[in-house]
Design a protein around this ligand. Structure first.
Ligand code: SF4
Ligand code: SF4
Ligand code: SF4
Length: 220
């Protein structure tokens, strides 16, 4: 091969490699733009937490390569009992219902378990949701809910926040082996079919354009 051409190809290869590494580095350390994350290429797999195995040890908060962690708590509203005083919300449950909002000591260090009156007044039903922006995935609320309550709170790896490391840093330290890699869709993800549809559409449009050109030619 011509030495000039070889140097050009080697240089191009290094540039592509540097750009790829830079992109990953930016996403990991640079506080990624949430809009940009939605435009990431679709991956055929996701990391997830097996809720049957997780014991809410707290490692999910700090082991994730993202800061804050891609792990967040959620509350399954179907399982939740809408209690006046929630184990995942209040550290001390004996407090009277009219004092909960003003004096109750919270389980969450960031007050990210939100409580809202749902019906029946102060002693009625209450809705508990997790403020995803402030939750760090520490697992304190989920642990309490699972040990003492209805097990409606649990931890998830949010797919739009996870950057899909080849080897999840949390999986490497999880004492319960609760982090699993799962395929999002079958190996034949029908992407081939989609591309074929697009190609047929392009051909159809090209044919239509040709016919219109021919018709305007006949008229003139
Ligand atoms: S590291 Fe494992 S056990 Fe600990 S909170 Fe995360 S998933 Fe649960
Ligand atoms: S206690 Fe921890 S896991 Fe629960 S909402 Fe607060 S930060 Fe999130
Ligand atoms: S794959 Fe990476 S970004 Fe996703 S949860 Fe694991 S460590 Fe965090």
């Amino acid at each position: 091969m011509n030495p000039g051409r070889r140097r050009f190809i080697e240089f191009g290869g290094r540039l592509i490699g540097a750009a790829a590494l830079g992109g990953v580095g930016w996403r990991v350390f640079g506080g990624a733009d949430p809009e940009a994350e939605f435009s990431q290429p679709k991956r055929p797999y996701v990391w997830r937490i097996n809720t049957d195995k997780c014991t809410f040890c707290g490692k999910c908060e700090t082991a994730c390569v993202r800061n804050p962690s891609a792990v967040k708590a959620v509350n399954d509203q179907v399982k939740c009992s809408y209690c006046v005083a929630c184990y995942g919300h209040l550290a001390e449950l004996t407090i009277s219902s009219d004092k909960i909002n003003s004096e109750g000591k919270r389980v969450c260090p960031y007050d990210a378990v939100l409580r809202k009156e749902f019906g029946g007044g102060k002693d009625g039903y209450h809705l508990y949701t997790i403020d995803q922006e402030h939750c760090t995935g520490c697992g304190k609320c989920t642990k309490r809910c699972n040990e003492l309550g209805t097990k409606s709170m649990f931890l998830v790896i949010r797919p739009e926040l996870c950057i899909g490391c080849n080897r999840c840093a949390i999986a490497a330290v999880c004492p319960d082996h609760a982090i699993e890699l799962v395929h999002c869709y079958p190996e034949d993800d029908y992407r081939g079919d989609f591309e074929l549809d697009q190609e047929l559409k392009r051909m159809e449009e090209a044919d239509m354009g040709g016919m219109e050109d021919a018709q305007s030619g006949e008229k003139s």
